[in-house]
Design a protein around this ligand. Structure first.
Ligand code: UDP
Length: 338
C-alpha cells in the first residue's frame, strides 16, 4: 500500500535520491523546493513538484492543506560549512526558522513523523573515532550549530506534541544513482569528489587541497564517504523504525579516507591525473570525521551496498562524465540503463 510523503529539498542532491527511492517503491511524493540549489530535472517522474520557499509559511500551509502526509522528509537547507563560517547568523536563522516552522505546520496538519537531514558537523572535533550517537555534540561550524538547533526543536516537538522524528547525521554524501538517472550538481560546486573529477577531466582549474598540516597520517582531512543511494535506503528503513518512537543515527560507512586518498581513488577510477595544489585550511573543517553506524545497522538492518571508496567514485565519475553541464546540460551520451 503506497504512502504519501512531503520531501522538502527533493530537487537537491540527497533529497532527489530519496524521492526517487520512494516513488520507485510506489509511494506518493510531493517535492517542495525553491529551486535555488535544486534542479527541476532532478525531481523524479511521478513526484509532484511545488516550487516554493520554506520561508513562505502560507505556501507551506497550502501544501499541508492539500495533502495528507504520512511523514515529512526535510532536506531543504543551507548546507555549506565554509559559507556558514562567513554568514553564521544567516545559517542559524534560516535553517532553524525554516525547519522549525515546517515541523510546526506538520504538527498542525496531524503529521506524526518527521525525518531530518542532519550532519556529522554536529560533532566538531570529536574525542573518539568512530563517532557514535553518544559522542558529545559541540558543532565546529555555524552549519552544524544550525542543525543542532533543529534537532533540539524536534526533541521538544516529540515531548509536547508527540511528533516522532529521526535525525540522520550524514557524514559525507557522495556518488550518484548507479543507474545514471540522478547525480550531484551544486552551483557552485564545493564538494571534494565532483571537484576532483572535474579537475581530472580538465573542466576546472587544479583542485585546491584545503590544508596538508592536519594531525592525520598524510596531513589532509579524513572523512567518511557514504553513497547517496545507501543514504536513501537508510531513510526508507528509518521511516519504518519511527513506528517505535523518535531516534537519531549517525550515518556513514565507518571508514575514513583522506583528501589525498580521495584524489588517488579518482585517478584510479578515471584513469587520469587530478591536477591539484595544497592551499590553506578551510575554516570550520575538523581533521577527522568517521561514523559508527552500528546503531543504525543493528536497529534497521541497514548495510551499505557501496562500502568502498572506488565503488562510490565510479558512480560519481559516470554521471559527471556524461553530464558536463550537470542538470543544466544534455547528457553527453545516453546512460546505459535509460
Ligand atoms: N576539500 C578540499 N578541497 C576542496 C573541497 C574539499 O580539500 O576543494 C576537503 C575539505 O577540506 C574536507 C573534504 O575535502 O576535508 C570534504 O569536503 P566537502 O566539502 O566535500 O564535504 P564536507 O566535509 O565539508 O561536508
Amino acid at each position: 500500500m503506497g504512502r504519501s510523503y512531503l520531501v522538502t529539498g527533493g530537487a537537491g542532491y540527497v533529497g532527489s535520491h530519496v524521492a526517487l527511492a520512494l516513488v520507485e517503491r510506489g509511494d506518493r511524493v510531493v517535492v517542495l523546493d525553491n529551486l535555488h540549489q535544486g534542479h527541476r530535472a532532478a525531481v523524479p517522474a511521478g513526484a509532484e513538484l511545488v516550487v516554493a520557499d520554506l520561508a513562505d509559511r502560507r505556501a507551506v500551509a497550502e501544501v499541508f492543506a492539500a495533502h495528507r502526509f504520512d511523514a515529512v522528509l526535510h532536506f531543504a537547507a543551507l548546507s555549506l560549512v565554509g559559507e556558514s563560517m562567513r554568514e553564521p547568523l544567516r545559517y542559524c536563522a534560516e535553517n532553524a526558522a525554516n525547519s522549525l516552522w515546517l515541523a510546526e505546520a506538520a504538527v498542525k496538519a496531524g503529521v506524526r513523523k518527521f525525518v531530518l537531514s542532519s550532519t556529522a558537523a554536529l560533532f566538531g572535533e570529536p574525542d573518539r573515532i568512530p563517532i557514535d550517537e553518544e559522542a558529545p555534540v559541540r558543532p565546529g561550524s555555524a552549519y552544524g550549530e544550525s542543525k543542532l538547533m533543529v534537532e533540539r526543536g524536534l526533541y521538544w516537538a516529540d515531548r509536547v506534541h508527540g511528533l516522532r522524528s529521526a535525525c540522520l547525521r550524514y557524514f559525507n554524501a557522495a556518488g550518484a544513482d548507479p543507474e545514471g538517472r540522478l547525480g550531484e550538481d551544486h552551483r557552485p560546486e564545493t564538494h571534494l569528489i565532483p571537484l576532483a573529477i572535474d579537475a581530472a577531466l580538465g573542466r576546472t582549474p587544479p583542485l585546491t587541497v584545503f590544508g596538508a598540516d592536519y594531525p592525520t597520517p598524510d596531513g589532509t582531512c579524513i572523512r567518511d564517504y557514504v553513497h547517496v543511494t545507501d543514504l536513501a535506503d537508510a531513510h526508507l528503513r528509518v521511516l519504518e523504525r519511527l513506528e517505535h518512537g523518535s531516534c537519531r543515527y549517525n550515518l556513514g560507512n565507518g571508514a575514513g579516507y583522506s583528501v589525498r586518498e580521495v584524489i588517488a581513488a579518482v585517478e584510479r577510477v578515471g584513469g587520469r591525473k587530478v591536477p591539484h595544489a595544497v592551499g590553506p585550511r578551510r575554516p570550520g573543517d575538523p581533521p577527522v570525521l568517521v561514523a559508527s553506524s552500528e546503531r543504525l545497522r543493528r536497529e534497521t538492518g541497514w548495510t551499505p551496498r557501496f562500502a568502498g571508496l572506488d565503488a562510490i567514485v565510479r558512480t560519481a565519475w559516470a554521471w559527471r562524465e556524461r553530464h558536463p553541464q550537470g542538470y543544466g546540460g544534455r547528457a553527453a551520451t545516453a546512460p546505459a540503463t535509460a
